[in-house]
Design a protein around this ligand. Structure first.
Ligand code: SF4
Length: 294
């Protein structure tokens, strides 16, 4: 029989590792509001097991209300899982996607992410039923690496695809994740010294610029839970819920009744979700330098 390590047992206790046997409890909690994330924990474009897990859930328990894809490589995600997503759609599932594009694909920051921004997103839009099903994540914003002109080019590209929603997130501060600190200390000047100047006023200034730039391309901008407080300080910036219940209801045309949840972290407004992925895949995933999920 498979033996879990102490760390894996801790991760399981916290609900951070997919186990099919946890799914019935989730179903009891949420009723008809069944929403699967594929996956916040690793990229299904790189890790086939995520699709195997999704298939196992569907075969055992049927199609959920919502499946939300998370990827930095839509083209490869579709190759791996497009057929399964189509089956789910035929069975009544609404599919949405959080597509992360930072413009750093193929660089030392995201070495295995495709260099071509938004590759495969047009095909993804066609599969899911339109650009309204897609949110573009500009995540994470890294001080001294982020460039407004790069963001503008990406915003223009997203708008051409018909995408209207952008979600921002800032890199977690130095000291938050030891493994990230160890990677960044050697490549990002100032990181080891606490990244002087990387404070809330810089975030407010940066977010304000991005809201303004995005609006020129017809994009609304929301900010993820990590820095949700910024939404009160930046005009036009909205609080994001990555598992956005109201968005799911609007897209599916169905309100199954929202289940109570505490969210994934303080400030998180996400609907109760079940993630079919697992942490600890950094070496097989895109190898992003800022990754804390590895
Ligand atoms: S390496 Fe980490 S940050 Fe990069 S795509 Fe995979 S899980 Fe996400």
């Amino acid at each position: 029989m498979w033996q879990y390590t102490t760390n894996q047992k801790k991760a399981i206790a916290m609900g951070f590792v997919f186990r099919l046997e946890d799914y019935p409890n989730y179903l009891r909690r949420v009723g008809e509001a069944i929403y699967l994330d594929v996956s916040r924990r690793t990229d299904p474009a790189r890790i086939e097991q995520v699709w195997v897990n999704l298939r196992a859930v569907v075969e055992a328990f049927g199609a959920p209300w919502i499946v939300q894809l998370w990827t930095k490589d839509a083209a490869t995600a579709l190759k791996r899982g497009g057929a399964l997503l189509q089956v789910l759609q035929r069975e009544g599932t609404t599919v949405t996607a959080q597509v992360t594009v930072t413009g750093l694909g193929g660089t030392t920051w995201e070495p295995r992410v495709p260099a071509e921004p938004f590759a495969g997103v047009a095909e993804l839009i066609a599969l899911v039923g339109g650009p309204d099903h897609i949110k573009w994540r500009y995540d994470p914003i890294i001080p001294t690496v982020h460039r407004l002109d790069r963001f503008r080019r990406l915003a223009e590209h997203a708008a051409r695809l018909g995408i209207r929603r952008c979600v921002l997130n800032f890199i977690a501060r130095p000291g938050r994740y030891k493994r990230v600190d160890a990677r960044l200390a050697g490549v990002l000047p100032g990181w080891a010294a606490g990244m002087p100047g990387y404070d809330e006023s810089w975030q407010v200034h940066t977010a304000s610029e991005l809201v303004q730039a995005a609006s020129e391309y017809g994009l609304t901008v929301a900010v993820c839970a990590e820095v949700a407080g910024l939404a009160d300080k930046v005009q036009g910036l909205h609080p994001a819920a990555c598992g956005d219940y109201a968005w799911f209801v609007a897209l599916s045309g169905r309100d199954p009744g929202r289940a109570a949840t505490s969210g994934s972290r303080p400030g998180c407004g996400c609907a109760a979700y079940f993630d079919v992925g697992m942490y600890g895949q950094w070496h097989r995933c895109h190898g992003c330098l800022y990754c804390y999920a590895g």
